[in-house]
Design a protein around this ligand. Sequence first.
Ligand SMILES: [Zn+2]
Length: 386
Amino acid sequence: MPRKLFGLLLTFLLAATTAWPAQGIPLTDGAGAALGNLPFVARGDERQVPLAMLVRAAGWSAEQQDGRQVIALPGDTVTLRLGNAFGRAGNHFVQLRLAPEEWDGSLWIPLSNLRDLFPRDVEILPEARAVRVRVVPPAVTDTSQRGSAEALPEQWVLRTVVVDPGHGGKDSGARGLYNLLEKDITLDIGRRLARLLGQRGLNAELTRSGDRFVSLQERTRLANEKQGDLLISIHCNSSRRPESRGVEAYFLKPARTERAIEAAMRENDVVKLENGDAQYQDLTQNNYILLTMATSQYMRDSETWAAHTVRTTATSVGLESRGVDQAGFYVLMGASMPAVLIECGFLTNPDDAKVLGSERGRQKIAEALLESILRMKTGLEGSASR
Ligand SMILES: [Zn+2]
């Protein structure tokens, strides 16, 4: 299908999908405490579930390379390969009912084989009412963070923020007043934010640190690979109407408003510049639902964070608040962490462009974004320790 047409179709689907799909299989720890929901996709009488979510919930460590995923759990190593129906658990092979499939950097594997692959660590309750995982205390899995793990035993700590400066290279993004290019502004704000995060002892991972083209899928993949705890995609707005102004933020959920649909179309449009049609063609409606289900457990946190970003930016930078909305952005799909996309002002509005065109303005925006992240850190760490 031509990409433009495909983009339109997808946008339509995002707008049309109003009924929210079932939430998947309840995932709990060994004692039965809820850890979220494990989404699945039906394949005949089998269900494929996302390995990455299981790994994260259980606190295992995983490494992925060329479609091969190696999972290290206490006393055992499990290896799975994309498209290969044989997995390896310790020293023996496990024949899977279906070969693993890949979505945005994560392998999806058959539910009924979880017991074979992780006999001591995963339990499936009868009729798949729930999946139980034995959770590894953080201090055991992550020796590099030993200091903080000792200070806060068994407490989840926000460590890594993935900062995604929108556009780059041959994709300039929006063009604004005073010859401002979106890709330059987003990169500068992103770098400033990364520096500020570093000063606060947080690990910042930039999806690009120079004027380089990075595909949307690559950005999400990188965010998952770096095991980010939060993902922020930074953008600037543009409009034919010079009076349009202000800051707005989005989280991933099917769009409801025309404005949100337009924003998603504009930011997804870069797909046209990416090489190779294949990577997005699999985003049919079924798979779109699958991807958003994988992300749905982070939806509430994403929405909260989006509201923080708009509030802090509007207050401390003086940009008008356009609020928070939901839409389907490729770059947020499949991210295994709370994720927001922020449009920090209009390059086509004289007042906003003055802020975005000045170092001081961009520094203030970065500081406001840092503040929103620190608020999320406090909130998430507080709720994780309960
Ligand atoms: Zn953009």
